[in-house]
Design a binder for this molecule. Structure first.
Ligand SMILES: [Zn+2]
Length: 466
């Protein structure tokens, strides 16, 4: 199949929307897609946990992985096609982006390497499918996560997440007894948690932590809190959990889950080629940082390869009752992603001399190289004390940019999780480094500094979106 048409692309997404796939019940959609992929020229299969996987391309070069998810939230919507849009649960998050990936790959069956398209299960829960992919598939040379960015934007990062549970149990006593009651212990813990996160908390800003009290139950004998913390790159988890343990005292504390934040360089090969693909369709590419999480967090922690997230759709419609995707945006995204694949095909790592599994470290001497493989995953050299005081590692206080929701904003104030193979992000780029598999994740502090001094127009800054 070499002539995957716009009509086929629209029909594919329409049929995907018509198959409900709430988290944990993705099998019908996976079965449909396994067949649809085969019909479109892919080799396809469903793996042990229910992910659907399709391969296409000549297979003689590096692998491009296109990873999106099958599941949606469990709130069905009527599926309909109007003159200009497809409506239905998942149109934006993330059946539209997944159909975009399938359609773009179907148009490039003679890609010299291999294109692997994956619809993963349970991304909306605990990313079971994404974790299985990391454990069972070889690391690709390039990775694109299928999530809504809007057809002319590229997502470079997602905040991290920490799920916390607190339980207090107290003996029955008279209410005038001055010993603390369970309710009071819970309130005290919540206040201590907010203080431990830092002086400035904001869910709308990428470089600031924030917390949501998802659940609060209690009386004087028993109290329970369920807290969802969102944290920026470089967040000092060890110091934070130590503060929480101290605040919890004798009460029960459970750090149920920790997902580190992830940030990719806007100059990594994938981000550059996506931008080129967007320009090829007449767009002005924007780089975006998101305050949620995605499978980019899940796999980015393990695979330090050039990566970004991309897909059509307005992410403010995610999980809402008006989830729909304009057909023009969808088809433009398919064309832009196809052009991105063509750009990657020109990449130097296509040549056998460049082994994408062994990216080369190239120091640049400007600070970006502070992220090194000597640092444990999820940690950076960012000074935790500075961070807790809301101070930049370079001593300045406060956010790096205007940071308004949706506005052109400063880059995150902290370092990103350490990666082994960050490229130079300043100064002359060694010719060989263009497109090598290494330049995925870099020091965002340096990127911010560059942004502040850059003569580039504002569009080269990063935006903060929910
Ligand atoms: Zn999603």
């Amino acid at each position: 199949m070499t002539d995957w048409t716009d009509e086929q692309a629209v029909a594919l997404l329409h049929r995907m929307l018509a198959i409900p796939s709430p988290s944990g019940a993705e099998h019908d959609l996976a079965g449909f897609l396994a067949q649809a992929l085969a019909d479109a020229g892919f080799a396809s299969r469903i793996d042990e946990v229910g992910n659907v996987i399709g391969h296409i391309g000549l297979g003689t070069g590096p692998t491009l992985m296109l990873l999106s998810h099958l599941d949606t939230v469990d709130r069905p919507l009527p599926v309909r096609r109007t003159g200009t849009a497809l409506h239905g649960r998942g149109a934006v998050d993330a059946k539209g982006p997944l159909a975009t990936m399938i359609s773009a790959a179907a148009r490039r069956p003679r890609f010299p390497g291999r294109i692997v398209v994956i619809g993963a299960v349970e991304e909306e829960r605990l990313s079971r499918g994404g974790h299985h992919i990391v454990r069972t598939l070889p690391r690709p040379a390039w990775l694109i996560i299928g999530e809504p960015s809007g057809w002319s934007s590229v997502v470079l990062g997602y905040k991290g997440k920490i799920d916390i549970e607190f339980r207090a149990r107290c003996r029955p006593t008279h209410s005038t007894n001055p010993v603390p009651k369970a309710t009071e212990l819970a309130v005290g813990f919540w206040l201590a948690l907010r203080e431990a996160l830092g002086p400035d908390l904001d869910h709308g800003r990428f470089h600031l932590p924030a917390a949501t009290l998802r659940r609060l139950d209690g009386d004087v004998l028993n109290a329970y809190l369920d807290v969802d913390c969102r944290v920026p790159p470089g967040f000092d988890l060890a110091s934070f959990t130590a503060a929480l343990r101290q605040a919890a005292g004798e009460s029960e504390l459970n750090i149920a889950r920790h997902i580190p934040a992830v940030v990719a360089s806007r100059r990594n090969a994938v981000a550059r080629c996506l931008s080129a693909g967007i320009r090829a369709r007449g767009g002005q590419p924007r780089h975006v940082l998101k305050t949620g999480t995605s499978d980019m967090n899940t796999v980015g922690e393990h695979w330090p390869v050039p990566m970004a997230a991309y897909g059509p759709g307005d992410s403010s419609l995610d999980h809402g009752d008006d989830e729909h995707l304009p057909i023009d945006d969808y088809l433009t995204a398919v064309a832009a992603l196809t052009a991105c694949i063509d750009e990657l095909e020109k990449d130097e790592s296509m040549h056998p001399a460049s082994d994408p599994s062994r990216p080369t470290w190239r120091g640049g001497g400007d600070g970006a190289e502070e992220t090194s493989d000597a640092l444990p995953a999820g940690r950076s050299r960012a000074d935790g004390a500075n961070r807790r005081r809301g101070t930049h590692p370079d001593g300045r206080r406060g956010p790096a940019g205007p940071g308004r929701r949706g506005a052109i904003a400063g880059l995150p104030a902290d370092h990103v999780p350490a990666r082994a193979d960050a490229p130079p992000v300043h100064g002359p780029r060694p010719a060989q480094s263009r497109g090598s598999a290494g330049p995925a994740l870099v020091c965002a502090r340096v990127a911010r500094r560059r942004s502040a001094t850059s003569a580039r127009p504002a569009r080269s800054g990063l935006c903060v979106h929910a």
